[in-house]
Design a protein around this ligand. Structure first.
Ligand code: COA
Length: 163
């Protein structure tokens, strides 16, 4: 199932050169992706990681943006969502301006991870994306481990870090 969000870029969304703030687009991406993950989980989710977030082309004042989110992979309690953002010209031509993958975790009333229904890929494209998602997961878990090891080292050497 695809979850879509449509947004016109207004004055409050741009900097003084009329370009959209990256952080504003990230907020819309997070909300659209969370909506897709919530629909899949049929319950509350929380954002765990955002990666592969790529600003491909600039977005300007008065552009029409279309954000399309789809679930690409599920683990036991986690759900990966891809968001592709397009800008649409007045003649209807669309251009890809951003692509991002976000990982959500389904949570219970106490905020603890809870199992999600499996996502079953349908067709060769979804199957390929599922396989790519496994590579992203491996990379994320390795990165998390390395960041934790670094934090331990910082702690040992008196750097300001709390675990
Ligand atoms: C996300 C959160 C619920 C995970 O809790 P946790 O106790 O670390 O849970 P676990 O270690 O059991 O991980 C749960 C799942 O998330 C995945 N996960 C969590 N963090 C991950 C990371 N950095 N990279 C890859 N996977 C991650 C785990 O692999 C696991 O997936 P699986 O069940 O599908 O195999 C917890 O860290 C949290 O609440 N974080 C704050 C989230 C938040 O507030 N987000 C909003 C922005 S402020």
């Amino acid at each position: 199932m695809r979850t879509t969000h449509v947004q016109i870029v207004m004055h409050s969304h741009v900097n003084n050169t009329n370009r959209l703030f990256g952080g504003r687009l990230m907020e819309w991406i997070d909300v659209t992706a969370a909506s897709a993950a919530r629909r899949h989980a049929a319950g509350e989710v929380t954002t765990a990681t955002v990666d592969a977030l790529e600003f491909i082309a600039p977005v300007y004042l008065n552009d029409l943006l279309i954000l399309e989110a789809e679930v690409t992979w599920t683990g036991r309690t986690s759900i990966e969502v891809r968001v592709q953002t397009y800008s649409e010209a007045l003649n209807g031509d669309q251009k890809l301006v951003n692509r991002a993958y976000l990982l959500f975790v389904a949570v219970d009333e106490e905020g603890k991870p809870k199992p999600v229904p499996p996502f079953i890929p349908n067709g060769i494209v979804q199957q390929k994306e599922w396989e790519n998602a496994l590579l992203r997961r491996e990379y994320r878990l390795k990165l998390r481990e390395e960041c934790n090891q670094l934090a331990e080292l910082q702690k040992e050497h008196g750097c300001r870090v709390r675990l």
